[in-house]
Design a protein around this ligand. Structure first.
Ligand SMILES: Nc1nc2c(ncn2[C@@H]2O[C@H](COP(=O)(O)OP(=O)(O)OP(=O)(O)O)[C@@H](O)[C@H]2O)c(=O)[nH]1
Ligand SMILES: [Mg+2]
Length: 456
């Protein structure tokens, strides 16, 4: 506890120093696996690092439009114990021939950029003609965010909620066998076989979560680390599962053991992430994979809405929960973003924006008004060109499986209608880099304006 407080004080000291010197942004970028985080961060870094030389590529970011970016450089990241975001590796993949999308990632990584910006008038201009803007970017799995609500839950409440979910029609057929096995677990496991019993049922639960995610397409799964264990692979802290057992029986060995693991998961896995990272972000991009969910079909799309409902209270600054009051997250700006919009025509992009507004709108209305928020539809890396066929129909042109094609996504549900069937979204190859400068994008400059526009 002492060590934790000391660490927190040290961090606060570092943050204050950072902020006192110049403007300092700690930008977290998150989204569930495959949402487009790595492509987005790579594009953000690419746009920023070229912004002094190619400001014309970012017309809607005022600092670039006013030609005030003097220099951009990479700097040593403050936290040396986490991976550096592999911008060079991702860019190399996008720039090879044929180009490839960056590899999938599973953990936390960080990168620091330092921008030198010409001042725009004001009394400081004569003495200090430029100022520094330090941007730390963090890539982290959205699955970790889904775990934050656990901090407010007891094992009993969490178990009840998860078991209810597993019995719903979208999940029950897949969960049936595991539910049956766990229900038949007797609570008379002796101390010697308890560990083996828990290990086997937990492995079954983790396997179930994976099948639900990858076969059925659901998004809402807890605990998130069971899907992306990273360094916790095989660790006993992940050996727990929702339990329908007798909670009021103090002598129940299984209940006690599971409860203990659940509490340790909260204090040793969820809390450190919340305290050391989430609370220290002052800006946040949340990627909402609307197109990915529609592509997986109605069950996945409904489940995305469920996941968002679970996730959005994390950005609720009314600080109703003890963990929010204790650590006081200070996110000032949150951008909810749907990416991969380059697969759609302009009017279809508008439809996706309407969906995004509808999905996050109601929850976001409750976010503290001091937190600025944006909903936007972008493409981190624009892989298509828009055009028309001879008969006037709209069409997109891009490379699919190495062949140039003209295509059009025929079915996209209008807002307020049901998604009847999966949408047929093509998996585009990245664009060939045939011009110098940053990767082509859609509205990344608007995103930068929202995230950084108030700073210089
Ligand atoms: N057309 C298009 N496709 C994109 C774009 N961004 C991402 N994609 C597609 O989405 C896939 C996943 O993107 P990533 O950036 O790896 O997603 P991620 O969220 O980092 O995924 P994980 O690291 O696996 O969690 C890519 O391989 C591309 O196929 C985009 O801007 N345009
Ligand atoms: Mg990634």
């Amino acid at each position: 506890m002492q060590l934790t407080r000391l660490k927190k004080l040290q961090q606060q000291g570092r943050d204050l120093l950072d902020r006192g010197l110049d403007r300092h942004i700690r930008l977290g970028v998150t989204g569930l696996s495959g949402a487009g985080k790595t492509a987005l961060i790579t594009s953000l870094i690419d746009q920023l690092s070229h912004s002094a030389a190619y400001p014309q590529r970012l017309p809607r970011w005022s600092l670039a439009a006013q030609r005030r970016i003097v220099d951009v450089k990479f700097a040593a990241q403050p936290d040396w114990s986490i991976a550096r975001f592999d911008y060079e590796g991702a860019l190399h993949a996008l720039r090879t021939d044929p180009p490839k999308w960056p590899e999938s990632t599973t953990g936390l990584s960080e990168l620091r950029l330092e921008l030198t910006i010409a001042r725009d008038g004001g009394w400081k201009q004569a003495a200090w003609p430029t100022q520094k803007l330090v941007i730390d970017l963090f890539d982290y799995p959205g699955e970790w965010l889904l775990d934050l609500p656990l901090l407010d839950m007891t094992f009993k409440d969490w178990s009840a909620a998860q078991l209810k979910l597993l019995n719903e029609p979208s999940r029950e057929p897949t969960a049936k066998a595991w539910l049956k096995t766990t229900a038949s677990l007797t609570d008379h496991a002796t101390t010697t076989d308890l560990d083996a019993v828990l290990r086997a049922a937990s492995a079954g639960y983790r396997d179930l979560l994976k099948r639900l995610r990858y076969d059925v397409g659901v998004f809402w799964s807890q605990p998130g680390r069971m899907l992306l264990p990273g360094s916790l692979e095989g660790a006993p802290i992940l050996d727990f599962f929702p339990w329908a057992g007798r909670f009021n029986d103090d002598s129940s060995t299984i209940t006690q053991a599971l409860e203990q693991r659940f509490e340790r998961y909260k204090t040793e896995v969820v809390t450190p992430f919340y305290r050391d990272y989430f609370c220290r972000f002052n800006r946040q991009i949340v990627l909402v994979d609307i197109l990915g969910a529609m592509q997986r079909g109605p069950v996945a799309f409904a489940d995305l809405q469920l996941a968002l409902h679970a996730l959005l209270p994390v950005f609720h600054y009314g600080r109703n929960s003890w963990w929010q009051r204790l650590w006081r997250p200070r996110i000032e700006r949150v951008a909810f973003v749907a990416t991969k919009a380059d697969s759609l025509t302009l009017s279809q992009q508008r439809t996706v924006l309407e969906w995004l507004q509808a999905l996050v709108g109601s929850a976001v209305a409750e976010v503290d008004s001091a937190v600025h928020q944006l909903q936007q539809v972008v493409a981190a890396v624009k892989a298509t060109e828009y055009g028309h066929l001879a008969d006037g129909r709209e069409v997109l042109r891009g490379s699919i499986d190495g062949t140039q094609r003209a295509f059009h996504v025929d079915y996209l549900p209008a807002i307020g209608t049901e998604l009847d069937a999966p949408i047929a979204l093509p998996k585009l190859d990245p664009p060939h880099a045939n011009e110098p400068g940053p990767v082509p994008h859609l509205r990344i400059d608007q995103l930068l304006e929202f995230l950084l526009g108030d700073l210089a």
